[in-house]
Design a protein around this ligand. Structure first.
Ligand SMILES: [Zn+2]
Length: 207
């Protein structure tokens, strides 16, 4: 087994800011303020539309990045046991309410001769989370990418997240956590491999 911190290299992700129409978001934010009965021209709100535009550009930056680029730097290695990176923190935006959901992703895979730099898994999560998302889809997308673009023999992805659309509005259930998982290849077909990766994901955690 090999585990590691996802933050061990410092390359900067592309921030394709130019692809986002800031002026349009600013107009829309101003419209929302007017629509809820606020005065967008009062002092405290003057800079708000511009801030909202910068915020959305950042939260949706993943729409303009290709997560596959992070898999190109895989290196050849004879290691053929499970590689697991646990507790990759992420924040995303639920596409149904445009409210944040945030939590942790745990990614395990069985290499097929190619191993990724540990931080690349965190880069993949970042690219796929910084866009309007659904947790179930994001979980599948991470797993599919590692199967198809890394050629992993098995992939296990577990995502645990708290959705503010459930905690601050609607049913208002603070503390609820949504757990999704995707098992591919050997982790899907072989029960003992799946049990091993799940025990690594949850091993040593106080639940
Ligand atoms: Zn939602």
């Amino acid at each position: 087994m090999k585990t590691g911190s996802p933050s061990c290299d410092a390359d900067v992700p592309d921030r394709a800011d130019h692809a986002v129409d800031h002026a349009r978001i600013e107009r829309a934010a101003r419209e929302i303020l007017l629509a809820v009965g606020e005065n967008p021209d009062r002092e405290g709100l003057l800079e708000t539309p511009a801030r909202v535009a910068r915020m959305y550009a950042e939260m949706f930056s993943g729409l303009h990045t290709d997560p596959k680029v992070h898999l190109r730097k895989a290196f050849t290695e004879k290691y053929d046991e499970i590689v697991l990176v646990r507790d990759i923190a992420f924040n995303s935006v639920c596409e149904h309410h445009l409210l944040p959901f945030m939590g942790h992703a745990h990614i395990g895979y069985l290499p097929n001769g190619r191993v990724l730099g540990l931080s690349k898994l965190a880069r993949v999560v970042e690219a796929l989370s910084h866009r309007p998302q659904v947790q179930e889809r994001m979980t599948e997308q991470i797993a599919d990418l590692l199967v198809h673009d890394l050629g992993a023999k098995g992939v296990a992805v577990v995502v645990e997240a708290s959705h503010t659309c459930m905690t601050i509005r609607g049913v208002r259930k603070p503390g609820s956590v949504c757990v999704t998982s995707a098992m591919k290849g050997l982790f899907r077909s072989n029960i003992s491999s799946r049990a091993e990766v799940m025990s690594l994901i949850y091993g040593g955690r106080s639940q």
